[in-house]
Design a protein around this ligand. Structure first.
Ligand code: ADP
Ligand code: MG
Length: 430
């Protein structure tokens, strides 16, 4: 019996609806700009579902003189429930225009969908707040009741003949199709949320790992210092031994200081928030910080910085580039040139740091960013690791080109954002 009614046209209509839901979800998933602005999300939802509705109407299930039968009410109701009155209104207009262009104007259609629009738009705020199972139940019943209600109206207003196919295609099937569509929307949305959550957790993990390793790293030198000071306290040591102990203690304190510098120069109590960062402004600040150090080593610093915005934590961003620039300076003990460039390439911001210092071997390039890898006598081997973690956290990538005794060029590519950096930040720079 049901098989009789499920024909190719019904499947086509189902297909249009499901494919456009997938298309919506796919685009939403892959566009940060859309996710960040509710208005864009609504526009995308409206556009996708309008397409579904028009396709359903263009290739309907069947036609009779009074009515074109298809599943257009599913995308219409779906869009109105999820997107609210604004999306519903757009869908309503598109639907009426398409109906008029394709098959001529039908006042009954206007009445039926005006009623659906009004009720679905009013129900939308409640619908959006419901947990998933209730959404399924509500969508099923709402679609059913709206079909029954509008049929009554059509019968009263236009003496509309209610046929068996009409009952099946307009009243009985749509509630179930609607429920499946809502289920699909919810499942896809949940998957997206779960992915975002996972990414956030990974980022948090980096932060907590870093915090854990700092305390571990600093405890070692402090324990050594404590031990030697306790030895000195006994007061019965030869002068030379005392001096040796004091030297060791001071060296260990220096080490603790270096570790803190590589990790936490800018650390603030709550360093987790991200915001739009203007790379030119922030790089300029870091350059200012390292310039005295560069001059001490007769290093010439030059820069060409284009404005470009990336999303990240300002303190981390500064820490990252401070560590990298410090490495470049340390790579040129006998002077040289340090060049920093920022280039805006639309979808990404590319930052290059070039020095003509000691350079790195292939092996060193491979180990760059590995914790505790250092070729310096007093190195921590943490600066590059912290920098690399911060770049990764910002969704960026990095490459190194280096030749021994010629120099090193580090290229960092960060995803660009179209958001504006906070104005306070800009005025602080000016
Ligand atoms: P540290 O600076 O304390 O040694 P880092 O993690 O900052 O530790 O750097 C790790 C290693 O990477 C350095 O010891 C050095 O060998 C190498 N390195 C990093 N940047 C450069 C550079 N610009 N030129 C040459 N070698 C570099
Ligand atoms: Mg370093």
């Amino acid at each position: 019996m049901a098989g009789l009614y499920i024909n190719q046209h019904v499947l086509n209509n189902l297909f249009y609806i499901l494919v456009t839901i997938f298309a919506f979800s796919f685009i939403y998933d892959h566009s940060r700009a859309i996710r960040q602005r509710p208005l864009y999300g609504q526009a995308l939802l409206g556009a996708c579902l309008a397409l579904a509705a028009v396709l359903c109407m263009k290739f309907p299930i069947y036609m009779d003189p009074l009515c074109v039968h298809d599943f257009r009410q599913i995308p219409f109701l779906l869009g109105t429930l999820y997107g609210g009155g604004a999306v519903g209104a757009v869908l309503f207009v598109v639907l009426m225009l398409a109906r008029t262009v394709l098959y001529g104007f039908q006042p009954l259609t206007l009445i039926v969908y005006a009623i659906m629009f009004a009720i679905a738009a009013a129900a939308s705020p409640l619908f959006r707040k419901l947990p998933q199972p209730s959404k399924l139940v509500m969508s099923l019943w709402l679609t059913f009741l709206l079909a029954v209600l509008t049929t009554f109206v059509a019968v009263i207003v236009a003496d509309f003949p209610v046929t068996k196919p009409y009952i099946v295609y307009f009243i009985m099937m749509p509630p179930f199709v609607m429920m499946f569509a809502v289920y699909l929307m919810e499942t896809l949305h949940e998957a997206q949320l779960a992915r975002a959550e996972l990414m956030k957790m990974e980022k948090m993990q980096i932060v907590s790992q870093m915090a854990a390793s700092i305390s571990h790293e600093i405890r070692n030198p402090l324990t050594v210092v404590k031990g030697f000071i306790q030895l000195l306290q006994t007061g019965r040591l030869p002068r030379e031994t005392e001096e040796r102990y004091i030297r060791i203690a001071l060296e260990e304190l220096e080490r603790a200081e270096a570790i803190i510098r590589d990790y936490l120069t800018f650390a603030k109590p709550a360093p987790k928030e991200t915001e739009p960062i203007d790379v030119a402004t922030q790089l300029q600040k870091v350059l200012q910080m390292i310039t005295p150090m560069a001059h001490m080593h007769s290093i010439h610093v030059s820069s060409s910085l284009e404005h470009g915005v990336v999303i990240g934590n300002v303190q981390y961003f500064q820490q990252c580039f401070l560590n990298l620039l410090k490495n470049s300076i340390e790579a040129m003990p006998n002077g040289g040139t340090l060049h920093v460039a920022a280039e805006n390439r639309g979808a990404s911001v590319v930052i290059t740091i070039s020095d003509n210092g000691v350079g790195m071997t292939k092996e060193q390039v491979r180990r760059f960013g590995e914790p505790y890898f250092s070729t310096k006598e007093k190195g921590t081997g943490l600066g590059a690791m912290v920098a690399v973690k911060i770049i990764e956290q910002m969704g960026g990538t990095w490459t190194i080109e280096s030749a021994v005794q010629k120099g090193t060029t580090l290229t960092i590519t960060l995803p660009a954002s179209r958001l504006r950096p906070p104005t306070a930040e800009q005025s602080a720079a000016g």
